[in-house]
Write a protein that binds this ligand. Sequence first.
Ligand SMILES: NC(=O)c1ccc[n+]([C@@H]2O[C@H](COP(=O)([O-])OP(=O)(O)OC[C@H]3O[C@@H](n4cnc5c(N)ncnc54)[C@H](O)[C@@H]3O)[C@@H](O)[C@H]2O)c1
Ligand SMILES: [Zn+2]
Length: 1613
Amino acid sequence: MANGTDIKKVSILGKEAIHCGFHLIPYIAQTVFESLPASTYVLVTDSNVAKYHLDKFQAEFNKLIESKTQKRFITHVISPGETSKSREGKAEIEDFMLANACTRDTVVIAVGGGVIGDLVGFVAATFMRGVRFVQVPTTLLAMVDSSVGGKTAIDTPHGKNLIGAFWQPEYIFIDAAFLETLPIREFSNGMAEVVKTAAIWDEIEFAALESGSEDIFKAIQTTSKDNAGRDLATRSAEQQLLLRVIVASISVKAHIVTIDERETGLRNLVNFGHTIGHALEAVLTPQILHGECVSIGMILEAELARQLGILSQVGVGRLTRALKSYNLPVSVHDSRIASLPASKLLTIDRLLDIMKVDKKNSGPAKKIVLLSRIGATHEPKATAVADEKIRKTLAESVIVISGTPSRSPVSMATPGSKSLSNRALVLAALGKGTCRLKNLLHSDDTQVMMSALLDLQGATFSWEDGGETLVVQGGEGSLVPPASNKELYLGNAGTAARFLTTVCALVRSKGSAQHTVITGNARMKQRPVGPLVDALRANGTGVVYREAEGSLPLAITAHETGFAGGHIKLAASVSSQYVSSILLCAPYAAKPVVLELTGGQVISQPYIDMTIAMMKSFGIEATRRKDENGTLLDVYDIPTGTYVNPEKYVIESDASSATYPLAIAAITGTTCTLTNIGSASLQGDAGFAKAVLEPMGCTVVQTESSTTVTGPPVGTLKAIGLVDMEPMTDAFLTASVLAAVACGEVDSARKLEDAPANTTRILGIANQRVKECNRIRAMIDELAKFGVQTKELDDGLEIYGIPHDTLRRSASVHCYDDHRVAMAFSVLGTLIPDTIIEEKRCVEKTWPNWWDDLENKIGLEVEGIELRPQPAASTSASATSHDPEASILLFGMRGSGKTYLGKIAAAELGWDYLDADQYLEGIHKMTCKEFVHQRGWEEFRATETKILSELLELKPKKTVISLGGGIVETESARDAIKAYAKQKGPVIHISRDIGQIVQYLTHETERPAYPQEIEEVFKRRRPWFEECCSHQFVSIVDTDSSSTSADPQIRARREVGTYFRHITGIQPNYAPNLISGRRSYFLSLTIPDLTAQPELLREDQSDILTGIDAVELRVDLLSPTGVATAPNVPPRDYVTQQLAFLKHTTSLPIVYTVRTVSQGGAFPDDAQDQLFELLQLGVQLGAEYIDIEITSPHKKIQSLAAIKGTSRIIASHHDWSGNLKWSGPDIEKHYTTAARLGDIIKIVGKANSIEDNMLLQAFVKQKSLAPDAKPFIAINLGTEGQLSRILNPTFSPVTHSQLPVAAAPGQLTFAQIQTGLHLLGKVPRKKFFLFGTPISKSPSPTLHNTGFSVLGLPHIYSLHETSAVDDSIRRIIRMPDFGGASVTIPHKLAMVEEVDELTPAARLIGALNTIVPIGQVDGSVRIIGDNTDWIGIRNTILSKSSDVWSRNDCGLIIGAGGTARAAVYALHSLGLGTIYLINRTKSTAERLAASFPKEYNVVVLASMADLEKAPPGIIVGTVPSDATTSGELELTDALFSRVDGGVVVEMAYLPKTTSLVQLALGVSTVDSQSRWSIVYGVDVLLEQGYEQFRLWTTHRAPQRAIKEKVVQVYERS
Ligand SMILES: NC(=O)c1ccc[n+]([C@@H]2O[C@H](COP(=O)([O-])OP(=O)(O)OC[C@H]3O[C@@H](n4cnc5c(N)ncnc54)[C@H](O)[C@@H]3O)[C@@H](O)[C@H]2O)c1
Ligand SMILES: [Zn+2]
């Protein structure tokens, strides 16, 4: 059977183990069966490969086994993909083999890609201490790389391939027919390795790859029927080539492996492109494949070698072309990569950081394989390269370090001319015979030109001298349409596009009319080609514009007869390239061409002359007609004929490029000689030295073929008045940068009458407006960044030179993707310090190694820098993140509360507040009403709009700007607002219930309005408000102030402050426990109408929020009727109102969830549009977390992510079926998808047994090991799943007994989970103490023990009374089960000495009242001292009055102990300017005052009487009550002399009515004017205790329950 199979064998490690061919399955079966006798053959493959090929293996083995009953052939199929290459995946195969009683004599056959090879190979290496195995690679990558060399491995969450073994297969069968079923992208992936191997090892193979891509693709894209290719007789030429390149690649690898099996030196060579490639891969995987990353890595590493002067540009160019021809990306700007959100993470630092851990490194230096030419490396191993060199290569932008060229006098040759290279290419390709082109420019233009000519089968190309010479075999003008309608893609290569347009007219079709399509990138599609097309059309060639009229893409019809010829009229005032295009092709027309140029002034005549001169070198003489007087006419005669290729043609250097080194000599006062361009040049730009540099004051010496320029001393270049640059338009950019610093005295002959003496006026360059960019504009804009003034003229510009040391430094030059802009400004950078050239790569067009030559040949240093902003750490997709300090716009209906809320917001943010209407009134000195009255509405709206843009300019930062409600009536204003919301900062629609607005406006204002009118206006404007805003804030005015203990204004401050700090990103309102990785919980609110039970959400009235970190609003369960029946779509307004109510009631972050029916919720599954509208509403309303199901369309998720702002996305997947396996491939898929789409991952399965929770745990653990793992919520539903709910540490959903229903089956309460954790040993019982004396009456034990019990925590709090800080205390705080302690009088100061560390507040206060033990990573515990007294004092003051602290600039503290210190800190934090201190012993008070910073302004008073001068509005008593009653410190009425009252805080809690309180009460009753609010000691104690509780447990204390219990016990005592 296997007869007639032609095999090519390659030996490895001394054995001919690699067998290559086509359709080998029968051969494989037979060879294995006969030469590897075994009782069992196990074939392992993946399901993709099994689908196509497993049957054939089965059939062949069955045939062989038939007779021999002792043998068996078993197969095992696993899921495809990298995730199978894991410990679990390995175990699965091993279990399969063990279950099938495989023994030591088993032969394992791995059929698949690298994943299968690596995994199965590793199984074979360890199964029964190693069994024989056979590799049958089915991907190209596996064939040429992973199967050869014996490396086997699996991945772990710590990284790829970290566990494995060297284990050599018995055979490696390379069956190239497998590639026919391989996806094309995977094929290209493997080609990267093939190109790599040739690049480091074999130039001949590389050349075969360079020219062979089309045939190679053909080989795998045509199905070989009837086993074609199995024997040589049936093998096609394409198959031959394919097998040849594979075998060649394998041979190199086999050779290297044989010499260096264990990878000590030489074998590192195969890592060319991999050092940088792997770093890219680490960021871009799994979207971008290994080979694709290596492809880019190779280019970057080749550029690195070029930078180091090791590799020439030719090598880089060839490598780039070769990789591109296999459809591989060659730069991170490739759209396949740039479009990925992950590409934003490709920062230099990140990449260098990843490279640090490369296996090849030794010590800190990174090792990189450096190419020295195509086919050879610099060293026979990787070379150590310094970070800054790598950094320079990776950088997108550069700084030219200003200074004097160290290589002066410079002597160099500049790159070949692009114009001449392109002309020579066309001429040689159309010519007859072979031509060797030398000094050809390797650029985009020549590259696309060559590949286009190849596609048209117009010529063949090969390289000599390591790429220095291009050998062109001319096709004599016979061209055919590209195969399979391939479009010729020309990028942004203008010359190629113009020349090829006529070349395509030469294409002939055989039978029916065909056409050739030429196209380019977006910029190319804007560049004109119209006049040329017009001329060709008039001549009978069919040309169709595929897109915009006048530009590419073009479809050019291929006629049977080709190009007609005869009289052709061409408008030549835009580009001489049109003329050259026709001239070059004219000899191949059917009739001799008479080319007549029309349209007046012919542009760039020198280029036309150059074309004609070159045509002559190739044997065809075109002549220009003259009139009878001998005056030249714009008419040319071109005879028909065929070009005759000269043997050798040397391309002259590019005269435009030559201007840069010469200009550097001019500007730096040094000397530069160019050896390959001189006075004989036909290029117009060759005149630059004489026409521009000489008059500027340089010395110019020119021979026929060389030019030497010496600049005058730095700073003495002269302006040159008028210069006509029509013959050298491309050089005007170079002239412009010199003119910018040319301020020396102008030669009198050149002085302009009508312009200042420092003027250089450049004319004749109008065509430069339609080059790569509008270059005149570009020069004007970029020079302005240096502070250089210019003036734009019709066909040029004027530049006003200024002394070089007055030019602005650190300018950042934008290059418009234009090589000339980049190189011109780098000339200026040699003189002006810190000039940044933003896009260094744009020089690739004509001088790819410009930056290297600048360094290596001219001697000026170039530094790489990164301008890309660092991405925010936690975003899924590219969220538009505003500058947090960008000003905020507010708008909304009159009466919605814009002014009130805007002012609060500004105060909370510490920003300015500005009312646009008032601003307008201020400017126009009349009220808005008067304005409208006098000038009408139309003008008012126009003025309003103008003012809007003015304000945005004027106040771009830190301002809350309130706009008039009618601003949205004007479209241009709406556009401006929308643009602002999109790019700059938040635009907030302040909305309020319309009924309330009507009520407010009709009753409560001076400007009454009619209800109908208001509602009509609202109806009209509302859609506008909604479409223009980025956010919405619903203003709720408390109607029943009785139900709230706090002042409504305090609540407004809290709510507004939280909201504005969140949406700006200044202080996002995320759950702190979630961020720091501590256990965190959210409560699922399943209530259809939250407003029905307002008290439920109030912490002073209900316990349901205790312990939790966030609340989940189940939007799908909301229903105005009070009952939600699925499917349920809650009305938008209702959702708005409910969420607003929730935000108004609690400042806990909100998880906004719209759960669909199939995911266990009530929202319909088929209403995705409405679903996303609701999700967007959540973002607008400032919900902190948005839950999105990953089953939703990813496009929609991504567009939501793009506008999410500071909201975080929980990407969730729910599977209620009970079929989700926490160990299967599906879970990996869900995890990866969720990780890609969200900031937080949530996967919910259903437990069928308790083991399902173990599998879940194992999965979570494995994922958590990855260094940048995102927070992961993982739980199982059902009672069997409750264990997973207990153990899940991240945002566990919980319920509460007071809620109507649990959100999901098995949901537990917070307390239940804590109890569960305790029973499982996860929350051990801790002991807490109170240190101090006397403390027997302290409410603290009641406070904390109640808290513990409500939250289900097992802890105990008890008293430890000592008169001094003694050993007993020291022992307690070091006990292993010590949970924390409160510290009270008299130990607050002394305890400071006992702790390991103080918090900043405690350190400043110099006293502590709280001790918190904090576990360290190494297992030790640090004892931290904190102070919550000040928080207690501050919070209680705040709760009494919203503005007392702002009305008062002084406060008083009675006492000077530890508590008094906390009080000083608290009053300062409230912004009090002066803090008085009064104490029995004045010196103690003075000591205290001295220990605080000066700005605290603590003033010690001698007596109460001093208070009368500046009566305090806040008084804090910190002395135990017995101290005042015993008369040690006499308190008097003088304390309360402030007439408008204030707040008095008594820290002592026993007795309830201390003497201080008594005094305050007395004052308040006597004089009703003076109202003093009293804070009792127990209230401060509670407040500071809640904070203590949170510090110890990380959970918020159950305030209502604690207060109830404490008050109860306290009143009893
Ligand atoms: N051991 C080594 O020296 C070495 C070297 C390089 C890479 N690797 C490893 O190789 C792995 C990558 O290998 P890969 O690129 O072959 O990936 P792969 O094995 O995942 O295969 C790529 C995809 O192609 C499918 N496929 C394979 N052959 C097919 C065929 N003939 N027809 C249709 N589909 C087919 C696969 O199912 C898979 O979906 C990585 O794990 C990498 O670490 C190992
Ligand atoms: Zn590789």
